[in-house]
Design a binder for this molecule. Structure first.
Ligand code: C2E
Ligand code: MG
Ligand code: MG
Length: 747
């Protein structure tokens, strides 16, 4: 084809364009009737084709560019895309999705989506997927997808559109589905974290309040409500200053805010007010919270209520310094108060009294009644001691039945004596322990600062010694410390050793106290009482008998006294006092020991005495400790002529029914009743009842410890059969008894 000159070309182009635009429909494409026209038409057609080619190329380029743009968008989107067929098989994914799954395309396409779901989520996936596929807009699925190399990520799947199936594997009833997948691992972690924090906030025992930067309350947790009594709705929008207790001045709050704004936090103890008006201490920590520009956006206040801690602290402190049973101050607190009192007395002058108070025969009571009643008794004894001292005095329990009393401000010795007397007298009224009424007595030892010692320890030691002295002088009394008691101290420490030596060396001896017949006035018998002289002094049976019991020496001791007494009885018989009986005290341990019967037989043989010379005295507790053995032993010995007496009757703790179980002859009314009967109606009534009881059972009643003519008269009047007591005779030596017997029979 020849070249066409440019102007001609332009004309032709214009024409062709019009033709193409279809504006000149009338112009035929070919007109073969004229050769010139034909050539022109051919040229035009050629130009037309060139032009069409240009348009197509341009359109093609545009399409190509747009396709590229879309592809880039598709593959570089931050969201992953999946195309799934009706069976859930992946047939197309974008690059982002491949990156998320950490797999090459070949490993992903034509695989079921379920194979990328983490095992733990698979079951849920199968349950939720059908609905998801059918109605993609209705549901978002969140689950963990595998991320290659053993990793996984939290994915959110959103169905975009379901469209009629095109790909292979279409099952016909479900269309294809395009799904967007977002990695929500971080958001999910943040949500989990927030849920965790919220759970902690809901359940922490500490109160938490969150305010905005202007201190308007936005949030408060349940512990806040529990502590303050305010519900969240009542405080939202308010300022924390609404809890002010009024205990702190403006300066306190100014400093708090200064520190908070300079360092971002404040902590300290602060008093606030609850809704009910009560003020309470709390430990408060406030932290400022900053936004990303470093400006304060919120404040978080965390507090714990210290009032509970406070009472707990006080309780622990109380327990540390008080005796759990009686709630009295314990040894530590006593020592503390004693040293304070001494320090003050040193500064200001004046005396300080220290007293040791010990229950008489507590061990026996405790053993007989059981520990629960024993504890009850101790509690009541402490109450009674406390009732009888001033508020400024201290009664403390050192342990067991040992109490101490501190009189921190004394002027005269006589004041201490008055207190001691009062304490002794406080026990004239019986104490109820469990279901029993008991008469208990106390022995008190007292000493004074500065007279008897300068230091607390020494004063206590001296009071203790004086207490022992009170015990050895018959109990139920008080003694002041004396210098010469110190010598006793030395022997007291090794008293048990001394007693062993005394038994080995046969140093114990016997005194006899007669009992008199109420009708004829004659001496019908004598009671053998053990005596022990240690160096210069006599040790009282009240001290060495319990010691022998505890040290396992009582059987040997009892046997010694029995032999001596029976030998003496045989001698009196030889001297012509054939009817005189000798009463010997026997302890529970001797009965328990299976040899008791044999011991008595041997002692009778050795002494050449007869069973009818012997009276055995047993206390109620001794009988009840071993009732079977006692009954059997009594049966055998009574058959041979031995008599039995119940000693100290009335103060015991046993039932009356035992009286008929045993072969008894005498009932000795305890000297506590005898002492009181003449002036105390209750003791009188009990004494009368005991005598009636004795007579009812065919026993003879003996009044022990008769000290006055009045007591003698009273007991004669109520029909008592026999008397024993200082009024008639103290316990004396065998020779003195012989002399007494002689004078009576002779006179
Ligand atoms: P007990 O058997 O009740 O002896 C009577 C106690 O009362 C004796 O005390 C006696 O001295 C005392 N007494 C007698 N008349 C009066 C009085 O009018 N007023 C006062 N206040 N007291 C009086 P003692 O000798 O101190 O003996 C105390 C206890 O020691 C005895 O009480 C007895 O239970 C026990 N005991 C003494 N010798 C022996 C013994 O050889 N073996 C055993 N197992 N116990 C003994
Ligand atoms: Mg006796
Ligand atoms: Mg007695």
């Amino acid at each position: 084809m020849s070249r066409i000159d440019p102007p001609e070309m332009d004309r032709l182009r214009e024409r062709a364009r019009k033709l193409l635009a279809g504006k000149q429909q009338d112009t035929p494409a070919f007109n073969a009737s004229h050769p010139d026209h034909l050539i022109e038409d051919l040229r035009i057609h050629q130009i037309e084709l060139e032009l069409q080619n240009d348009e197509l190329r341009r359109a093609y380029h545009e399409l190509e560019a747009s396709r590229n743009r879309f592809s880039r968008l598709y593959h570089e989107s931050p969201v992953g895309y999946l195309s799934l067929d009706g069976a859930g098989i992946i047939y197309d994914v974008n690059e982002t999705m491949l990156r998320m799954l950490g797999q090459p395309r070949i490993r992903v396409e034509r695989k079921p989506l379920s194979s990328f779901v983490e095992k733990g989520d698979r079951e849920r996936f199968f349950a939720e997927y059908p609905l998801f596929h059918r109605d993609p807009g209705s549901k978002k699925v969140e689950l963990r997808l595998l991320a290659g190399k053993g990793g996984s990520f939290m994915a959110r799947l959103e169905g975009l559109k379901s469209f009629p199936g095109t790909a292979a594997g279409d099952d016909g009833d479900k269309g294809d589905l395009r799904v967007s997948v977002s990695d929500i691992t971080e958001r999910h972690a943040a949500e989990t974290q927030w849920r965790l924090a919220d759970t902690v906030l809901q359940h922490t025992p500490q109160g938490v309040v969150i305010t905005d930067k202007d201190q308007r309350i936005l949030h408060a947790n349940p512990a806040f409500t529990k502590t303050t009594g305010y519900a969240l709705d009542e405080v939202r929008g308010q300022r924390p200053s609404m809890f002010k207790s009024g205990r702190h001045d403006g300066e306190f709050y100014r400093r708090m805010w200064q520190e908070l704004s300079s360092s971002g936090s404040w902590s300290g103890e602060i008093w606030n007010r609850r809704k009910n008006g009560e003020i309470f201490p709390e430990w408060l920590v406030i932290n400022a919270i900053y936004d990303r520009f470093g400006l304060v956006s919120h404040y978080a206040a965390i507090f714990s209520d210290l009032s509970a801690h406070d009472s707990f602290r006080k309780r622990v402190q109380h327990l540390a310094f008080h005796d759990a049973l009686t709630n009295l101050p314990n040894r530590e607190l006593f020592h503390d108060r004693l040293s304070n009192a001494l320090a003050r007395a040193r500064r200001e002058g004046g005396k300080v009294g220290v007293m040791f108070v010990d229950l008489d025969r507590f061990k026996a009571i405790n053993d007989t009644l059981g520990h629960a009643s024993g504890d009850d008794l101790l509690r009541q004894v402490s109450a009674r001691l406390q009732e009888n001292v001033r508020e400024t005095d201290t009664v403390a329990r050192l342990g067991g039945d040992e109490f101490v009393v501190l009189l921190p401000k004394l002027v005269r010795v006589a004041e201490a004596a008055r207190v001691a007397e009062k304490l002794c007298a406080a026990f004239n009224v019986p104490i109820r322990a469990g279901d029993k009424e008991l008469f208990v007595t106390v022995s008190i030892g007292a000493c004074l600062y500065p007279d008897d010692g300068q230091e607390g320890e020494l004063l206590l030691k001296h009071a203790d010694l004086a207490m022992y002295q009170a015990k050895s002088e018959g109990r139920n009394c008080f003694r002041f410390y004396r210098e010469d008691l110190r010598a006793v101290n030395k022997s007291h420490l090794s008293l048990e050793t001394h007693l062993r030596l005394a038994l080995n060396n046969d140093e114990l001896f016997v005194e006899y106290q007669p009992f008199f017949d109420a009708r004829g006035g004659g001496i019908t018998g004598v009671e053998a009482l053990a005596r022990w002289r240690l160096g210069e002094r006599m040790v009282a049976p009240g001290v060495f008998i319990p010691l022998a019991e505890n040290a396992g020496l009582i059987e040997r001791l009892g046997e010694r006294i029995l032999c001596k007494a029976l030998r003496q009885a045989a001698q009196w018989r030889a001297q012509g006092f054939a009817d005189l009986r000798v009463a010997v005290n026997v302890s529970a341990r001797q009965i328990r020991n299976g040899r008791f019967y044999a011991d008595i037989q041997r002692a009778l043989d050795e002494a050449g005495a007869k069973p009818c010379h012997l009276i055995i005295e047993l206390t109620e507790s001794a009988l009840m400790a071993e009732p079977k053995a006692a009954a059997q032993m009594m049966e055998t010995l009574a058959a041979e002529g031995v008599d039995f007496a119940i000693d100290d009757f009335g103060i015991g703790y046993s039932s009356m029914s035992y009286l008929k179980q045993f072969r008894l002859n005498h009932l000795k009314i305890d000297r506590a009743f005898v002492a009181d009967a003449a002036h105390d109606q209750r003791s009188a009534a009990i004494s009368k009842a005991i005598i009636a009881l004795a007579h009812g059972l065919g026993l003879r009643a003996i009044a022990e410890g008769v000290e006055t003519a009045q007591q003698h008269e009273f007991f004669s009047g109520i029909g008592c059969d026999l008397f024993q007591g200082f009024f008639f005779s103290r316990p004396v030596s065998a020779e003195q008894i012989t002399a007494l017997l002689r004078s009576r029979s002779g006179g």
